[in-house]
Structure formats: structure tokens, C-alpha cells
Design a protein around this ligand. Sequence first.
Ligand code: E4P
Length: 214
Amino acid sequence: MKFFIDTAEVDEIRAACELGLVDGVTTNPSLIAKSGRDFREVISEICGLVDGPVSAEVIALDAPGMLAEGRELAKIDDKIVIKVPMTEEGLKATSQFTAEGIRTNVTLIFSPLQALLAAKAGATFVSPFVGRLDDIGHEGMEGVDQIRTIYDNYGFTTEIIVASVRSPMHVLAAAMVGADIATIPFKVMQQLARHPLTDIGIEKFLADHRKSGK
Ligand code: E4P
């Protein structure tokens, strides 16, 4: 299973890379806005930090606009994956990007059928948003499980990125249903490594070592 980091903060990306946990990066317009930095500049810097796909999202809502933006973004670096929204226009753009050899991440997926359409359009990745579904009382991961089954039934190679991850439990559930990737906020990545019994165990080992005097 691959881990992407879901952030546009370069310090977080650097720190996660040091942990050896970063197989790629996802950004979105909200994360870029939060970083307070220029879009192209920050995306370019991220590409220099990671050895893996870097998703950069288009703003246009029509296919020609998405294609124009995406083609420009793709010139920044070979690592760039164009993130397009799951709309009919997004599907048109995805098919064309695929024909041009530009990788895509179809985002804002909230149903298995949307993921099926994205795969048929040739998407490299799909991003089902589990946290936002959980927020409104649905079981987000059920949809991911269904996407896994559909893709396996028909041999689609589109990779499933579990997105909108809010907790370590989301990462565990993503691994259990066989998602290819989880894109994880840095805070959650840190939580994954920690366990109070590990801390207590270390303290006890050190205390016993000190007592033994050896
Ligand atoms: C993924 O590609 C999205 O950028 C992200 O996971 C959305 O997460 P949120 O629902 O916490 O905004």
C-alpha cells in the first residue's frame, strides 16, 4: 500500500519524507490557499522534494479550460498528475489527458458509479472522499470497498486513493479493503506511528536498564 501526503506545506512534506513514508503528494485549491504561496511555485518545489506523483488540481469547470490549465501544469514536471473534478466536463478532459499521455486524478468521488465512470475515461487515479461522507452520516469506506470490487471484476488499472482521511482508523480501513493508496494529512501520519504502550514500554526498559547499572 502506498502513502501519499495530503498537504501543500513543504515543511510537512520534508518531515514525512524523512520518515520514509511518502510515495506521492496530493494538493487541492484549499490546501494551496492555506499555504499562502503561489500555486506553480509551491507545486514545483514539492516536485523537487518527492519521488512520486504530485497531484495539482485545475480550477476551470469546462473541459477545454481544464485541458488548457492541465497541459500547462504538466509542463512543470513529469511527476505532475492533473486533478480534475468528477463532472461530465471532468470526464471529457480525463479522456483527452489520457490520450495525450498526461496522468489524471479524478477527485471529489462520492459514489462507486462515479469511480466506474472515471476508470472508463482512463483515469490514472480516483479519489473517493471518505471523511466528507462520514461527516454526513454515511459510511465512506463502504464505497471504497465497492470500487475495489468493481475494478477487480473488470481489471481496471485505475488506482484508488482513499482521500479526506481524518484518523488512523481511516488508514486501517483503507488497508483492509485493499485501497492502493491513502492520502494522509501529516498530523494523521504522525498519529500512525504513536502508541502509548510503546512509550510506556520504552520507559520501563530504560528504567530497568538504569537499575541494573550495566
Ligand atoms: C484529496 O485529494 C483531498 O485533497 C483531501 O483528501 C480532501 O480532504 P478534506 O475532506 O479533509 O478536505
